[in-house]
Design a binder for this molecule. Structure first.
Ligand SMILES: [Zn+2]
Length: 502
């Protein structure tokens, strides 16, 4: 076979390999991964560094299909990942993915690898290819600092006077029925004024060295590569287009917000969340993120990052219950945790998906044991009551319940209450208290499959109404439209949920 023919097959295969989903490759080899932002995080197949802190692949956007390990610097395109997992060499992996993606045929694979001569030609450019791949991967993969580093930097940041909670912020929190003691314990903060990032960096470097924390040594004290790379909120701004020098910056988050440190099952701060104090916005909550300054040519910036979809873990003073609660938002989570159970909170119903991993990490965490960790039997989900009016919320809730039940292998329940008493669990509880009602007695608990059955019945009713109105059966596409969704929510609530409360 001629070199030209070989090159043609390789080119075709690499096109297929490049677009082959990273998640599919990981699943194929049974590698566990967690999605945070645009990245899938997994244990590096080359150096095996534990935890999900070092090795990641871009699953969407710029650099899709590239992966890189920040510990051993392994990385490259999809085929290099396939190679690391399968033990096949790079070129063979490239061709295998070519076949799997349908870009080349089995015959072409055999032709290219069939004889010693073709194999020689096939491997001619391997070393060069490896170098190019690795360089590209390092450039495109969004770096995330190890969680301990993020925690350390954020704690230092929040100790600056610029981040002290304002009176306005404190009053807002008191209005949400938090005591001053609780407010201080959670570490709520405000962001009023700019601070000098340079001074901050210097103080952090000094304290990092002083503490002798091996794991979170900044790579170089100043310059591009240092301890702020991969901390959401920070990014680097180049002085000019030559990109020889520049300075670190911090994204000014929001001066009319109250800030919430999001802590994981080990009690480490993984993200900073902001909540607007006034106004009726769609997105009351957002995370401090510098993602839009990552590889931003027009702004001449790089090295920004996002916290992905962090899960906040609320521990009660002492764990006495055997349930893990899951809800949306920290204020609700704190109320639920008062029952003596651990409670998880996420931002947005679509992020419930990430809770299962955090639950698994909790069970083996030191913080869980220190809080008196019990033999947890079940998971109970407290979705907002708008799942009876927004079908997208209902849909996401059902998927989340299925996912959590399957991944945690624990009995999974859905908490229900009368929605006119409150959209979220906290409103519900406070309204009950104000009206002299027993909020515990007003709760209904359904096993999630029982709840899914009710939703299924409502689907059938929604179909019937649709047929009556349109003289046609709804197509799968119709079932993703508002009209059918509204029917579904209506029937679910009016005929299946509401009767539970009479
Ligand atoms: Zn590695």
């Amino acid at each position: 076979m001629q070199q030209k023919q070989i090159n043609r097959i390789v080119a075709k295969a690499s096109e297929g390999a490049n677009s082959y989903p990273i998640e599919d490759i990981l699943s194929r080899f049974g590698v566990e991964y967690r999605i945070r932002g645009t990245q899938a995080w997994f244990r590096c197949p080359v150096c095996n560094k534990p935890k999900f802190d070092y090795c990641s692949a871009t699953v969407q956007g710029v650099g899709q299909g590239k992966w890189c390990c920040q510990s051993c610097k392994a990385g490259g395109g999809t085929f290099r990942l396939y190679s690391a997992l399968s033990g096949k060499d790079d070129t063979e992996s490239l061709l295998s993915l070519g076949v799997l993606s349908g870009a080349i045929t089995n015959e072409e694979y055999d032709e290219a690898t069939g004889s010693e001569d073709s194999r020689y030609k096939l491997h001619a450019d391997e070393k060069i290819r490896e170098k190019i791949e690795r360089k590209k991967a390092e450039e495109t993969v969004e770096r995330k600092a190890p969680i301990k580093t993020v925690d350390f930097i954020y704690r230092q940041l929040l100790s600056l006077p610029q981040f002290q909670l304002t009176e306005e912020g404190r009053n807002y929190l008191r209005g949400r029925r938090l005591s001053d003691e609780e407010i201080d314990r959670v570490g709520f903060f405000s962001y009023k004024e700019k601070f000098s990032v340079m001074e901050f960096m210097n103080s952090v470097s000094v304290s990092l060295y002083g503490k002798g924390l091996d794991e979170i040594k900044p790579e170089v004290k100043t310059g591009l590569y240092n301890s702020l790379w991969g901390i959401p909120g920070f990014y680097f701004e180049f002085k000019d287009s030559k990109k020889n020098s520049g300075t670190w910056r911090f994204i000014a988050p929001c001066s009319s917000c109250v800030g919430i440190p999001i802590k994981n099952s080990e009690g480490l701060i993984t993200a900073l969340q902001m909540r607007w104090l006034e106004g009726n916005r769609d997105n009351k909550y957002f995370y401090i993120s510098s993602r839009k300054y990552h590889q931003n040519e027009s702004k001449n910036t790089n090295f920004g990052s996002s916290p992905g979809s962090p899960v906040a873990v609320c521990y009660p003073d002492k764990i006495t219950g055997v349930t893990f609660y899951v809800t949306e938002g920290l204020f609700k989570a704190r109320e639920l945790a008062k029952s003596g159970n651990v409670c998880y909170s996420v931002q947005g119903v679509n992020s419930f998906y990430y809770v299962a991993d955090e639950i698994k990490e909790t069970l083996s965490s030191r913080a869980f044991r220190e809080h008196g960790g019990t033999d947890v039997k079940r998971v109970a989900l407290a979705f907002d009551a708008d799942m009876y009016s927004k079908w997208q919320v209902l849909d996401a809730a059902m998927k989340a319940a299925a996912n959590i039940s399957r991944k945690t292998e624990k009995d999974t329940y859905v908490l229900l209450w009368k929605p006119d008493l409150g959209k979220g669990f906290d409103d519900y509880k406070f309204n009950c208290l104000d009206q002299g009602l027993d909020f515990m007695k007003g709760l209904k608990v359904l096993e999630w499959r029982e709840f899914a059955t009710l939703a299924k019945k409502a689907e059938t009713d929604a179909d019937k109404l649709f047929i009556k109105r349109h003289s046609a059966t709804p197509t799968p596409a119709d079932r993703t439209q508002t009209e059918w969704g509204n029917y579904l929510c209506f029937y679910l609530y009016e005929q299946r949920i509401k009767p539970l409360f009479v």
